[in-house]
Design a protein around this ligand. Structure first.
Ligand code: FAD
Length: 310
């Protein structure tokens, strides 16, 4: 059994592992895919103090840094069930997909999130080649270009406002007959000269030239007609889904399925902490996940030293 068992090996889990291991306590990381979302990223320009890096490079640096310490990495292990300790200070159990189970006196949940995809032809093919999910990350790469934002909820409208200040033109595409974002955001959006809003539109295809995105097609849901738009970038903003399905009825989750944490990263269950994109933390970014993972690692240690000696 581990003193600190971390579930998830992205930036949050890696930071938690390093902080815990540096306290000399038995630390393990179980991850479905060590590296996490970073593996799906190409250019990273907001990893502070590093002007530019690439996802796969950062992911191997994460793993190398964790391996500097005595941390047991269990890669390709998917957690399917959490059984919290029955008594305070007892072991929490994490059941894996292969039937085995791991135990930790404290747990740090850092299973991240995934962007909801449109599921249309061309979306996967042009991911990182014009199809993007994170305006904070990739917005500046489209300076002076034309982009679309898919989704008229708060995140879509925020993204469109943000991008309008950077890119040449933004087309916001909403499936419903009206935007769902807060009125104040909608007013701000409507005031911008380089934004066009199209409602009742179903995006049907991402077009490209083999190398990069060149446009998109959508169907007007009222007339049934297909339309094409020429552009260089598409930001998909139809939801970020936390990887917390396996935690139902254990730790408290928000209505969106995010793990609720306090300022120390503690969940509703004593001894279980969480960090990164799977939590209620505002803004989902690498440096933020790393900070939160470090907080959770230190909080787990604090919890352990306060347990009565056994
Ligand atoms: P994740 O990176 O999602 O890691 C989650 C970990 O948990 C993974 O190891 C995963 O395999 C594992 N896991 C999930 N479910 C289970 C389970 N049931 N059992 C076991 N393990 C599980 N951020 C930036 O700051 N700058 C950028 O430029 C940037 N670009 C991005 C580009 C793309 C295309 C994407 C998708 C994201 C980008 N982000 C960027 C966001 C950034 O990658 C995330 O904020 C960050 O990776 C979150 O870290 P995390 O550790 O919380 O979660």
């Amino acid at each position: 059994p581990f003193e600190v068992l971390i579930v998830g090996g992205g930036p949050a889990g890696a930071a938690a592992a390093i902080y815990a291991a540096r306290k000399g306590i038995r630390t393990g990381v179980a991850a479905e895919r060590f590296g996490g979302q970073v593996l799906d990223t190409m250019d990273i320009e907001n990893f502070i103090s590093v002007s530019r890096t690439e996802g796969p490079k950062l992911a191997s640096a994460l793993e190398a840094h964790v391996k500097d310490y005595d941390v047991e990495i269990m890669n390709l292990q998917k957690a399917t069930k959490l059984i919290p300790a029955r008594t305070e200070g007892g072991y929490h159990e994490v059941v894996l997909e292969n039937g085995a189970s791991l135990k930790g006196r404290t747990l740090i949940l850092s299973t991240g999130a995934r962007w909801r995809q449109m599921g249309v032809p061309g979306e996967d093919e042009y991911r990182n080649k014009g199809v993007a999910y994170c305006p904070h990350c990739d917005g500046p790469l489209f300076k002076g270009r034309r982009v679309a934002v898919i989704g008229g909820g708060n995140s879509g409208v925020e993204a469109a406002i943000d991008l309008a200040g950077i890119v040449a033109h933004v087309t916001l595409i909403e499936f419903d007959s009206q935007l769902r974002a807060d009125a104040v955001l909608q007013r701000k959006l409507a005031s911008l000269p380089n934004v066009k809003i199209i409602t009742s539109a179903l995006t049907s295809k991402v077009d490209g030239n083999g190398d990069r995105v060149t446009g998109l097609s959508y169907k007007d849901r009222n007339s049934g007609e297909e339309h094409d738009i020429e552009l260089e970038g598409i930001f998909v903003q139809i939801g970020l889904v936390p990887n917390t399905e396996w935690l139902k009825d254990t730790v408290a989750l928000s209505p969106r399925g995010e793990i609720e944490i306090d300022a120390r990263g503690e969940t509703s269950v004593p001894g279980i902490f969480a960090a990164g994109d799977c939590t209620t933390v505002p803004y989902k970014q690498i440096v933020i996940a790393m900070g939160a993972g470090s907080t959770a690692g230190l909080s787990a240690f604090d919890y352990l030293i306060r347990l009565p000696a056994s």
